[in-house]
Design a protein around this ligand. Structure first.
Ligand code: ZN
Length: 481
């Protein structure tokens, strides 16, 4: 589906500035001049902050900027502040970035870190800055306080995904200060509007400023790289290699309007309700894709679960908190989410509509449409309000090896596995440019944390040691990618 990018483009280049407090000459701030070596031999050696310390401050600062995405431009304004914060933090260590505003207050930040081998394709590293709403009355701490408590940083966006935004910033700042250059160009993209479909974020950038991603062949972003404990010594790390498609649609039923007191056999509400109930109760057939098969084979071996290829659901049911995510990736799904009809108790309306949130497996969007048509019959119209294809790539190659090696180096009990995300991310937009997208935002989690429940959930929080683990893994990975 063509995504319309609305609003005007306003860009602002964030100028290179010397690192604050470093006392180093601006001329030496490039990544190639080796000022770190000079600095290390000088008597007046500056104390460099460790990226594993800095990530906590960066994440907390970002959590304290309320970037709630309400889906309405009039009230979603915090992204601009967060974008300026990121640009400032990059500028402090000499990284030029450009701010792209898709609508007033809706800003994206892009920067390119030159690699040592410009002939290689660039790696895109993307993270969104917006968050879903949070009601302070439901939380143990204020959702925008960035409170540090019990070894966790608390706040809306702590795992989705200001944690990763901060990790990337911490690594890049460390590299700039110490003269590290990545093997290939790295394009950083901090985006707006991921939580409401990315029209003002990733889709805006890829449709209006495609050139920003010139040469990008692969990408990492959410949702993947997090751990799932098998036992004390072994952890799965789920790397996202596939995403289901988004097929949001509206059903429209028509009938004969009339008086609510009379006999009536052509009621739009009745027809719609029957169709909605059929869809809501329907279970689409199980289809095990390559990604899910690879995941289930690895996991069932590690967990000692018997895997019956004819009945993957029995094995999935034994996966505990991640069963919800994996269970949604073996079939197309369709969940009714909204209903609209009528305006008065005693008036039978001529129209009724319902919204259905459908998610399709790779290559199954058209099949799903036919399946729905069969379920609802010929008389109800289907209107697509959002249609974005599923993604799937293979779990192999040098980039996957680099991810796996970085995880194993920091956690000898790491077992990286591919998996399919049941939701959608900014990867939907970037993959349209032919970029091979992975979900890899490394995070080691305590065994008892119900990670998937924290996404858009109450008391969202990230373990500080997990955040620091992520920085170490990312640093290793990005040096070898
Ligand atoms: Zn997210």
């Amino acid at each position: 589906m063509a995504i319309s990018a609305r609003g005007s483009t306003r860009t602002r280049r964030m100028r290179n500035r010397p690192a604050q407090g470093s006392g180093l000459d601006r001329r030496c701030m490039g990544v190639t001049c080796g000022w770190y070596e000079e600095a290390m031999t000088s008597d007046a050696r500056p104390a460099l902050p460790a990226p594993t310390d800095e990530v906590v401050d960066l994440c907390r600062d970002l959590l304290r900027i309320d970037t709630t995405n309400t889906g309405d431009n009039a009230t979603s304004t915090g992204e601009r502040l967060a974008a300026e914060y990121v640009a400032e933090k990059l500028a402090e260590v000499g990284v030029d970035s450009v701010l792209h505003e898709s609508a007033p207050g809706r800003a994206n930040v892009i920067a390119r870190i030159p690699g040592t081998d410009p002939s290689r394709g660039a790696l895109l590293v993307h993270g969104h800055l917006d968050v879903v709403p949070a009601d302070p009355a439901e939380w143990s701490v204020h959702p925008f306080s960035g409170e540090l408590r019990d070894g966790y940083l608390w706040g809306r966006g702590a795992i989705d995904m200001k944690d990763f935004d901060a990790m990337v910033l911490a690594v890049v700042r460390h590299w700039q200060r110490t003269g590290v250059r990545p093997p290939r160009d790295i394009v950083l993209a901090y985006t707006a509007d991921e939580e409401a479909g990315s029209d003002y974020g990733a889709h805006f950038l890829t449709s209006r400023h495609r050139e920003l991603f010139d040469g990008c062949t692969e990408a990492i972003g959410e949702v993947g790289g997090f751990s799932y404990s098998v036992d004390e010594s072994r952890r799965l790390y789920l790397i996202e290699t596939a995403e289901k498609g988004i097929d949001w649609l509206r059903l429209h039923a028509k009938g004969r309007p009339g008086h609510g007191s009379m006999v009536h056999d052509d009621n739009a509400v009745t027809a719609l309700a029957e169709a909605v109930a059929r869809i809501g109760r329907h279970r689409f057939p199980v289809v095990v894709t390559d990604t899910v098969r690879a995941f289930l084979e690895e996991v069932s071996e590690l967990l000692g679960i018997e895997l019956d290829p004819e009945d993957p659901e029995t094995a999935i049911a034994k996966l505990g908190p991640i069963a919800n995510i994996i269970g949604a990736t073996i079939r197309n799904t369709a969940n009714p989410t909204r209903l609209a009809a009528g305006y008065k108790e005693n008036v039978i309306p001529g129209r009724a509509s319902a919204t259905i949130d459908c998610r399709s497996l790779p290559g199954q969007s058209e099949l799903l449409e036919r399946q729905l048509r069969e379920l609802i019959g010929p008389d109800i119209a289907i209107e697509y309000i959002q249609r974005q294809p599923a993604l799937e790539t293979t779990f192999d190659g040098a980039l996957v090896e680099a991810m796996s090696a970085a995880l194993r180096a920091e956690d000898p009990g790491a077992h990286p596995v591919p998996y399919m995300l049941s939701g959608g991310t900014d990867a939907k937009a970037f993959s349209q440019l032919g970029i091979r997208c992975f979900g890899f935002a490394p995070l080691r989690l305590p065994a008892d944390l119900n990670f998937s429940a924290l996404f858009h959930g109450i008391d969202e929080r990230v373990p500080v040691d997990g955040l620091q683990f992520g920085v170490r893994v990312l640093d290793r990975f990005l040096r070898t990618c």
